[in-house]
Structures are given as structure tokens and as C-alpha cells.
Design a protein around this ligand. Structure first.
Ligand SMILES: NC(=O)c1ccc[n+]([C@@H]2O[C@H](COP(=O)([O-])OP(=O)(O)OC[C@H]3O[C@@H](n4cnc5c(N)ncnc54)[C@H](O)[C@@H]3O)[C@@H](O)[C@H]2O)c1
Length: 166
């Protein structure tokens, strides 16, 4: 059990098909105290996540969940305080919350751009800043930020015009 009793906060895990959920399942398998954080989070969502992990591992696992819109700095600070109140510490943050705009670059409006930056850039920053305050005090901690090729090529991956066959 590589993560026995480690408190691991995983952002972006509400869907059972998400990378965040897969991370939560793997970390629980390795003994972590998993805390899932998402803008889509309530008792039903958390119940589904916990049931899916327990069904897969065939044992009870400690999984908690908090609602948080990571584009809001205060919400990120609050969620870390809530986890500290629950478990007393945080060992690891995985940020797998993100959105992809699959429109071609020329079609993306300023509002769409703002939303992408608010979640993918500022959200990652706010989560890191909030947890780093705790890690700096403790002198230890781990952060994993999940990114995408879409950050380099655009969500639609259609930046290169097709060449006509000659
Ligand atoms: N799925 C892939 O093939 C793939 C490949 C490369 C990179 N990625 C990247 O990995 C990350 C996760 O991808 P995924 O496929 O699991 O996506 P997903 O859409 O299944 O999960 C993303 C999660 O982030 C949450 N989220 C979105 N905005 C949020 C906000 N403001 N606050 C809190 N939570 C928010 C969503 O509710 C969702 O649960 C993304 O950054 C994505 O770009 C995915």
C-alpha cells in the first residue's frame, strides 16, 4: 500500500469516466484517504463514487467529497480548510479538473476564452496556492497537475489546414 493513510485531494472526479475518478480509485486501492473535489458534487455524486470504488475494491474505503468551483480563489482556500478540519493534514493534491473548448481557434469568443483561463489556468493556480500554504508549513507535500495536448494544439486539434491531394 504505497499511499496508506495519505490524505489525497483529487479535483475533477465527479464523473465515473474521468481521469480524476480513475485516480481516486487507484489511490484508494493503495490505502489513501481520498477527498474528491468538483463543481459537480453532492451526496448523490459522492455516493456513486464511493459505491463504484468499493464495488471495484470489494472493501469499505474512506472517501469524502466537497463542492468547489476551482475558478474561485476563496472556494479553493475553503476546500483546503475543510479537508484540514476533516483529516488534520493534506499529503497530496491531484488537479484533474479542466475543460476543453473543442471549437476551432478562429471561432472562440472572448467569453469562452475567459472561462477556459478561469478554470484551466487560474483554477490550477488557486488550488496550488491554497494547498502550498499547508505544504510550506509542513515542509512536505506533492502536487500533480493534469494537462492536455489541447493546451498546445487547441481543443479541436484542427489547426493545420488539410492539404488537397495533388
Ligand atoms: N480524457 C482525455 O483523453 C484527456 C487526454 C489528455 C488530457 N486530458 C486532460 O485531463 C483533465 C481531465 O480530463 P477528463 O477526461 O477526466 O475530463 P472530464 O470532463 O471527464 O473531468 C473533468 C472534471 O473537471 C470538473 N470541472 C470542470 N470545471 C470545474 C471547475 N470550475 N471546478 C471544479 N471542477 C471542475 C468537471 O465537473 C469534471 O468532473 C483535463 O484537463 C483534460 O484536458 C484528458
Amino acid at each position: 500500500m504505497l499511499l496508506k493513510d495519505k490524505v489525497c485531494v483529487i479535483a475533477g472526479a465527479s464523473s465515473l469516466r474521468s481521469i480524476g475518478y480513475a485516480t481516486a480509485e487507484l489511490f484508494a486501492e493503495h490505502g489513501a484517504k481520498v477527498v474528491v473535489v468538483d463543481r459537480v458534487m453532492d451526496a448523490n455524486v459522492l455516493g456513486d463514487i464511493k459505491a463504484a470504488i468499493e464495488s471495484r475494491l470489494q472493501r469499505a474505503v474512506p472517501v469524502h467529497g466537497f463542492h468547489c468551483d476551482i475558478s474561485q480563489s476563496q472556494a479553493c482556500a475553503q476546500v483546503m480548510s475543510d479537508v484540514i478540519a476533516l483529516h488534520g493534514t493534506i499529503d497530496c493534491l491531484v488537479n484533474s479538473a479542466g475543460i476543453v473548448n473543442s471549437q476551432p481557434l478562429l471561432d472562440i469568443g472572448e467569453n469562452d476564452l475567459d472561462v477556459m483561463f478561469d478554470v484551466n489556468l487560474k483554477g490550477a493556480f488557486f488550488l496550488c496556492q491554497s494547498v502550498l500554504k499547508i505544504f510550506v508549513e509542513r515542509g512536505v507535500g506533492n502536487i500533480v497537475n493534469v494537462s492536455s495536448l489541447a493546451a498546445q494544439r487547441g481543443g479541436a486539434h484542427t489547426m493545420r489546414p488539410q492539404r488537397a491531394a495533388s
